[in-house]
Design a binder for this molecule. Sequence first.
Ligand SMILES: Cc1cc2nc3c(=O)[nH]c(=O)nc-3n(C[C@H](O)[C@H](O)[C@H](O)COP(=O)(O)OP(=O)(O)OC[C@H]3O[C@@H](n4cnc5c(N)ncnc54)[C@H](O)[C@@H]3O)c2cc1C
Length: 396
Amino acid sequence: MSEKSRICIVGGGFGGLYTALRLSEFPWQNGAKPEITLIDKSDRFLFSPLLYELITEEMQSWEIAPPFAEILANTGVMFQQGSVTDIDIEAKKVTVDGDITIDYDKLVLATGGKTPVDIVPGAKEYALPFRSLNDAFRLQEELRLLEEANHDKIRVAVVGGGYSGVELACKLAARLGEKGRIRIIERGEQILKDSPDFNRETAIEALEKNHIWQDLETEVAQLEAQSISLEYKGQTDVIPVDLVLWTVGNQISELVTKLPLEQNEKGLLKIEPNLLVKGRDDVYAIGDVADCYDAEGNPVPATAQVAFQQSDYCAWNLWASATNRPLLSFRYQPLGEMMTLGVDNATISGLGIKLDGSMAYIARRLIYLYRLPTLKHQLTVGLNWITQPLVELLSS
Ligand SMILES: Cc1cc2nc3c(=O)[nH]c(=O)nc-3n(C[C@H](O)[C@H](O)[C@H](O)COP(=O)(O)OP(=O)(O)OC[C@H]3O[C@@H](n4cnc5c(N)ncnc54)[C@H](O)[C@@H]3O)c2cc1C
């Protein structure tokens, strides 16, 4: 058995990857540095807030999804690519792809959520989720086929009027231009119901300017190959559609829900303020998989911002417990919200700042550039943003 203590992090998203990076930076005493293993089913980290930029080809996949091997080079963190198929909490073992076993002393669960596309009949067959890099590639391909088919209009329905639905609709409008006929379907009375007023108002303006129709107080009843059935105040309309994008819901994987750990009714893991799973001193849960509350007792949102902030506390607490220091309680600090609203428009609201238009677009890009993992990747992407317009000019 290894003498070093072993930390295993399952899921290399905003929670897991940034925990691994922070952990590797701590001043471990000689020989005390634990073996840190990060496991992810993908070979790449995905910076999901910039996933929309692939639709308009404003960014390339290497910019928003760098390989783990590159990010973790020279950090001492070991990367294991594979799908975690089982976790034995009592024996402290993680099984990858059914046959690789990794023993641990401390475990971090950061597997995020998935978009459930089996909520209404036909959704599984005909709706596309928009969460992973593969989802974005599939959407690009569907759009390419529709564009080549030379339809008079390309009819797209985006289900969900939250951040994802609105951002996606605006990018689709920017890509399809006059050819696009886009609608957002929202069951509530308004889009972005939990967002700051400024962001909502700016977004509504952008939707109107781009001729994106809003179906409010409307539920999706059923999907078929070329149509969507919508229910509005007891009346059902069947609308022809070429593409349906599903952006609502956050489902926890069976890997997590089957664990003998305390969960809420949605399957989120119940945690202590120090991010340890209730009743355990060896399992942490962070990000979209954790049932976490702010200082006022309100649930924190399932966002990258939360997962990113939790990763700091999680890494600190892992280090603190290894070096006999007290653990810290997580304190969520809302830093504001940003949205992209097309190719030269965005909205930012928070910390006393309200910004829209192209200034917000540039500020959002720069803030995300700063948040990309590792200085090396930030510099490579930043340099590309500076040189790309020049290259395009010279090659035109
Ligand atoms: C399109 C889109 C845009 C978004 N925009 C914003 C935004 O602007 N601002 C914001 O704050 N939040 C945004 N979010 C939400 C944000 O991305 C999530 O809240 C955040 O990623 C959660 O972090 P996480 O670490 O919990 O999970 P994730 O980042 O989802 O990472 C989970 C990781 O676990 C891996 N994994 C899952 N199951 C297994 C398994 N069995 N075995 C191995 N690996 C596994 C996955 O491959 C993934 O890499 C957006 C989300 C999407 C989809």
